[in-house]
Design a protein around this ligand. Structure first.
Ligand code: FMN
Length: 160
């Protein structure tokens, strides 16, 4: 399992922090998924929750890297309204028929909620996730995630 790509969507930087750290430790490529819809401010926040809940897609910036050129795609995503941010839904749908093995880097505010987006990613991609890491926003704020990340990296070594 040599070629790995980390892609992530992050509205407030938590998923970005974890995704960047993982790509640094894996020494692999990294690409940010950019939602072209404004998601800042209170209106942006409310629309984000609504769009995620309604399982909407959005317009994203054209990705530069092609997932099919990698052996493993690690998707960094926050949980929004118990669901996927539209940018992640759009990205996975866009590359649906050319996805390699998948792993999930999930962040959320409440413990256990990443499992909700894990199920959705498996449904949309029609693939099983090879590994999942959940980091809460509190853990990111307090810098308490290195052990979890190390366990996750070790788990990735077992993927054939
Ligand atoms: C619109 C919206 C909805 C959210 N819904 C949930 C939720 O249902 N469950 C949860 O645990 N966290 C929820 N969160 C919290 C985020 O998942 C969490 O803060 C995450 O770490 C943010 O990642 P980011 O900084 O990369 O954007 C929500 C955040 C936003 C903006």
């Amino acid at each position: 399992m040599t070629r790995k790509l980390v892609v992530f969507y992050s509205r407030t930087g938590k998923t970005k922090t974890i995704s960047e750290r993982i790509s640094e430790l894996l020494n692999c490529d990294l690409e940010e998924i950019v939602d072209l819809k404004k998601r800042t401010g209170i209106i942006g926040f409310l629309k984000a929750g609504k769009d995620a809940f309604l399982k909407k897609k959005t317009s994203i910036r054209e990705p530069v890297k092609t997932p099919s050129e990698y052996d493993l795609l690690l998707i960094g995503s926050p949980v929004w309204a118990g669901s996927l941010p539209p940018a992640i839904r759009t990205y996975i749908t866009y590359f649906k028929n050319q996805l390699p093995k998948l792993a999930l880097i999930g962040t959320c505010s409440g413990k256990g909620n990443v499992s909700k987006i894990a199920v959705e990613i498996e449904k949309i991609s029609d693939k099983k996730l090879s590994a999942v890491i959940e980091v809460t926003s509190k853990e990111v704020s307090k810098n308490k995630y290195e052990n979890k990340i190390q366990d996750f990296i070790n788990e990735l070594k077992n993927i054939q």
